[in-house]
Write a protein that binds this ligand. Structure first.
Ligand code: GCW
Length: 729
């Protein structure tokens, strides 16, 4: 018997790995750390030769920390993609110069007559153009009015190479449609992350400001590569400590690192901070001592962080303190902070995510009722930040009725990148289709064509400030987002904040090519898988407009039966209202009349059973089990088949992945494979637990084609997950 020093499983794994490395050209173990900025050698020989000829030397104009970042990135990118050392030159010497810079820093770039295009590009935008230099030599220029624009343009050029686009005849102008493109980290000072499924917080507060983890720079690079220009470091469930000098010094260290990448730092302001760290006995926004305290605090913050972005505030919501504790309005609170920030050019992002247990009104209506009367009363440097839907980041919601309803107050979008209600980090759910459904929705606020995108890009109401926030999904996991495919959601958020008119498909296409491979045999099926993934999750979790049916507290898995929580609107039964007659929340005129918060004709479209889109059916209507659906089936049968369709789609995703895996590295393939298996198991759990419970009301058999539940309802009800991630009671 030969003696093997390694266990058999490890031996066969190593054999498989070395075979993979031998057989798949370019395949190497990848852990996902590089995100979409991998820069592997271009594996198309003709393309590679063309790129090498077009980009034979690099000329970078100007010296600044941002231009150093440009230099670093182009060197890194070309070294990897072209697999040659492209020389940096002080002046063009031959055909094929890449020129990077501003006209102000370079007479050479100034001489290229780009002024009209640069004008169109604005402060952060850029021009990428194939040009001919004086000597008749072809060159490529990436130019902007600002160094930051040059950096954004550099990432765009690299993206073209990464996705194997021809680059010999370029004429591109790109400018962001939204000014403030911001990540919201729900990160706590103890490094836990509320609704974070990718490990602990990236911010190592204890070692800051001295130890600067190299990861902070890679974080800034990743954000700059997709145009994100702001980051709120701390949780909206805020801790006043972050406003103390010790923490301001730490935040300043991060701000210094992020600055060259155009990433501004913001903090969350706990409304009761004047009491908690200021020694006052009130936080009343109209009290002169409170106002003076905030003014001094803000002045102090700007001494640490001269380009501090401002505050994000969650007030009078889910137990957070706020102006209403003193009988004041949200506008009183926001305006007090805005007054303190205004001399420094800072912003207040005041969240509209408010609802109160004492308010008997339908939770979906409360934010609108609270904020619409305040329209026009906020200071110029306040944006009201509104979640995409009126409840809370559910798998699918109609757009929030505030969009379009506050013409005099800049409203910014809040999306959730982290998947609190969409299977955490294990389920493969590509979120761009969901965000696009919201952005493209027509509010009819000023007649047809008044899309949500036009509300938030400011073009509908002429807002002075525009913004889009995404609740971040990053953490200390090596792959940043907890899963490889969740990186796509970070990427898509940045791309859509830059240009909400991009399609989910185009974004997925680019991301797959950058993250995995350009091979169409991989790109096409994986893209189809991503594009169908959100709808699949909606089907196996909350089909036909159902919502808020997740387990209490942690939101992991189904618990539609919960009816014991102290606040009515925290119980799933509040939302589904299932009974022997039917299921769904009547939000028509006969019910809560939430439909009336939508502009005509939407109020009527949503308000009538024959016109409401099927996807929102049970959001707006209580519908009999026997109701005949457009398919000719009863509601009960249709509902059951939707759950099954969700499970079936996940199985199809597994098959797709198994068939294309050989195109990529074994390490990432394997993690995705296992995560899809988890997703399939949990999709069945959702289907079985939900249908068993609904069946106690409908008293109808499962239609043909729906697999019977594996366990009893009692079993599903008995499951408990006190330590599910992302939740810190
Ligand atoms: O979705 C809910 C979450 C809370 C979160 C809250 C909010 C930060 O369950 O964890 O708190 O929304 O958006 O404020």
């Amino acid at each position: 018997m030969p003696v093997h020093p390694l266990p058999r499983s490890l031996r066969s794994w190593l054999l498989w790995l070395s075979l993979t490395l031998l057989l798949v050209p370019g395949a190497r173990a990848e852990d996902g750390y590089a995100l979409w900025l991998r820069y592997p050698r271009v594996d198309d020989a003709a393309r590679l030769a063309a790129y090498r000829a077009t980009l034979a030397e690099v000329y970078v104009a100007g010296a600044s920390p941002t231009m150093d970042a440009v230099r670093d990135e182009i060197r890194r990118g070309l070294r990897g993609l072209l697999d040659v050392e492209v020389p940096e030159v002080a002046a063009p010497t031959r055909a094929g110069t890449l020129l990077l810079g501003t006209p102000a820093a370079s007479p050479l770039i100034a001489a290229l007559a780009l002024e009209d295009a640069l004008q169109a590009a604005g402060e952060e935008g850029y021009v990428i153009r194939s040009v001919t230099l004086d000597a008749g030599r072809p060159a490529t220029v990436v130019a902007s009015h600002t160094d930051l624009g040059v950096l954004y343009g550099t990432f765009h050029l690299l993206r073209l190479l990464q996705t194997h686009h021809p680059i010999d005849d370029l004429d591109l102008v790109s400018a962001p449609r939204i000014q403030h493109r911001i990540l919201n980290h729900w990160d706590n000072l103890d490094r836990t992350v509320e609704r974070g499924y990718a490990g602990f917080s990236l911010w190592d507060w204890h070692k800051l400001p001295d130890y600067l983890d190299p990861r902070y720079t890679d974080y800034a690079r990743a954000n700059a590569s997709i145009g994100i220009n702001g980051t709120v470091l701390t949780n909206v469930n805020a801790n006043a400590w972050v406003l103390t000098p010790m923490y301001l010094e730490k935040a300043a260290a991060l701000a210094d690192l992020f600055r060259p990448y155009g990433l501004r730092v913001y903090l969350t302001a706990r409304f009761s901070a004047p009491i908690e760290i200021g020694g006052l006995d009130t936080a009343d926004p109209l009290d002169p001592a409170v106002r003076a305290w905030w003014q001094a605090k803000v002045d102090e913050i700007y001494r640490y962080i001269p380009d501090f972005g401002g505050f994000l505030v969650k007030a009078n919501s889910e137990g957070q303190p706020g102006p209403q504790d003193y009988g004041r309005t949200h506008a009183d609170g926001a305006n007090m902070l805005a007054d303190a920030l205004a001399p420094h050019g800072g912003l207040v992002m005041w969240r509209a995510f408010v609802y109160a247990a004492e308010n008997p009104e339908d939770r979906a209506k409360q934010a609108y009722d609270e904020f619409v009367p305040l329209d026009g009363t906020f200071r110029d440097n306040v944006l009201v930040q509104v979640k995409n839907g009126p409840i809370d980041f559910q798998p699918r919601e109609p757009f929030h009725p505030l969009f379009g309803a506050m013409p005099q107050t800049p409203l910014m979008m809040e999306f959730q990148i982290t998947k609190e209600y969409l299977g955490f980090a294990t389920h493969l759910v590509y979120l761009a289709p969901m965000w696009k459904e919201v952005l493209d929705a027509d509010t009819y606020a000023r007649g047809p064509g008044s899309t949500v995108a036009r509300v938030i890009d400011g073009s509908l109401h002429g807002y002075d400030h525009t913004g889009m926030a995404g609740v971040a999904n990053t953490g200390t996991d090596r792959n940043w987002s907890g899963s490889h495919f969740d990186q796509a959601n970070w990427f898509a958020f940045g791309r859509l904040a830059w240009d909400p008119s991009l399609t989910a498909e185009a974004i997925a296409d680019t991301w797959i090519r950058m993250t995995f491979t350009n091979d169409p045999a991989f790109v096409e099926p994986v893209k189809r898988m991503m594009l169908g993934s959100w709808e699949a999750a909606v089907h196996y979790m909350t089909p036909l407009g159902l919502h808020h049916l997740m387990g209490t507290g942690h939101h992991y898995g189904p618990a539609p039966w919960v009816d014991t929580l102290s606040r009515p609107e925290w119980n799933p039964v509040y939302y589904h209202r299932a009974d022997s007659v039917g299921i769904g929340f009547d939000r028509t005129a006969t019910g809560s009349d939430a439909v009336s918060q939508y502009a005509p004709p939407l109020d009527s479209i949503y308000g009538h059973l024959d016109t409401v889109p099927e996807k929102y059916l049970l959001w707006f209507h209580h519908v009999p089990w026997a109701y005949e659906m457009p398919s000719g089936r009863t509601l009960w049968d249709e509902l059951a088949l939707r759950y099954q369709a969700g499970v079936d789609t996940v199985r199809a995703m597994q098959a797709t992945w198994a068939a294309v895996g050989h195109h990529i590295d074994a390490e990432r393939f394997e993690q995705v494979r296992v995560f899809l298996a988890i997703q399939e198991k949990e999709a069945r759990w959702w289907r079985d637990a939900s249908l068993s419970y609904w069946q106690t009301f409908s008293r109808r058999p499962l239609p043909e084609g729906v697999e019977p539940p594996a366990h009893t309802l009692d079993y599903y009800r008995s499951l408990s997950f006190p330590y599910a991630p992302g939740h810190f009671p």
